[in-house]
Ligand binder design. Sequence first.
Ligand SMILES: Nc1ncnc2c1ncn2[C@@H]1O[C@H](COP(=O)(O)OP(=O)(O)OP(=O)(O)O)[C@@H](O)[C@H]1O
Ligand SMILES: [Mg+2]
Length: 361
Amino acid sequence: MDLSAIDNLHRRILESQSTPLLVVDHDERLCYLNPAAEDLFAVSARRVIQVPLGELIPGDRQLHAAIRRTREGNAPVVQRDITLPHAQGELVADLFLSPMDDGSGRVIVELARRDLVARADRDARLMEQQAVLDKLLRGLAHEIKNPLGGLRGAAQLLERELPEAALREYTGVIIREADRLQALVDQILGPRGGLRRRVLNIHEVVEHVHTLVRLDLPPGVSLERDYDPSLPELLGDRDLLIQALLNVVRNAVEAVDGKGRIVLRTRAVRHVAVGGRTLRLAVRLEVEDDGPGVPEAIRDEIFFPMVTGRAEGCGLGLSIAQSAVNRHGGLVQFESAPGRTVFAIILPLEQPEEVEGEHAP
Ligand SMILES: Nc1ncnc2c1ncn2[C@@H]1O[C@H](COP(=O)(O)OP(=O)(O)OP(=O)(O)O)[C@@H](O)[C@H]1O
Ligand SMILES: [Mg+2]
């Protein structure tokens, strides 16, 4: 390998790293940011080169002190559990600082995000629990399905044999309730078979849901769209994704209770943690509403089946959405405060040729 090839390799290693990394010079001006650091601080490296670090991460003394110690001691420094200011609140990170060995006084700062690690752990646990619950619920639904058919049939026969019309009211109740249970069981069992993935534009899915929801949207609720039209196509099961998004949007409509604003937003995101792994590139499909927010009491279990905060809710919508998105290798997340709740569906963007196994029938 010649020198330029090695240089190239070094550069690519740095650029592919998912840990945010930056380099500051002896004046604490930025001289390098890798793409993961650009993502983290939502800046482009070109714009912040030569800018004082304090402008990127304002008012943080711990970081500056750690940089000084690294430079003065000319030895690596590890600083755990530092809280840094960040555009979206705060971030908690372990810092690994190393002096550059060229006598320039430059310091390399690596930031390992602990809040993301904690979140990834929680998400991975959630996905495992979700899979177990899903299996349990499907097993149960399956067991209910068969006797239910018999029950309904028997009630119909009985209805015909009844001597008095007044008694038919009772068989009517049995039949109606059996139908209601049947609809619920069908919803739990969902579409049969494996994923039917095909290449699709995520906006096909969002537009379809937009049309469905708009049909019976209360007049006081606005449903807005904010799309990133440059999103690449992805491989997905259109029906399942429509179902997942529909469940999330319906919740938003219910949450704003007749008056409010809902936004459907699409974005490309890089280096997102989903369960135990980091996705290089993903679609982030957000449903934002300005309702009262998710009730505190159910936040930790909101994706579990039968967890509901509404008197007339079944608590199935989000569980079904989560399981559909998980089957695509993605995740549904949410953040919620009164006045702003965002449910985000994250879907990996793989190159079609990298995915094997499932094809359209
Ligand atoms: N955008 C939101 N704002 C506030 N709370 C929400 C929002 N989305 C979901 N929730 C809460 O999460 C609960 C669970 O939602 P989920 O969709 O799983 O069930 P559900 O809407 O109650 O019933 P189902 O969807 O089965 O008819 C809801 O009952 C509601 O309390
Ligand atoms: Mg719901």
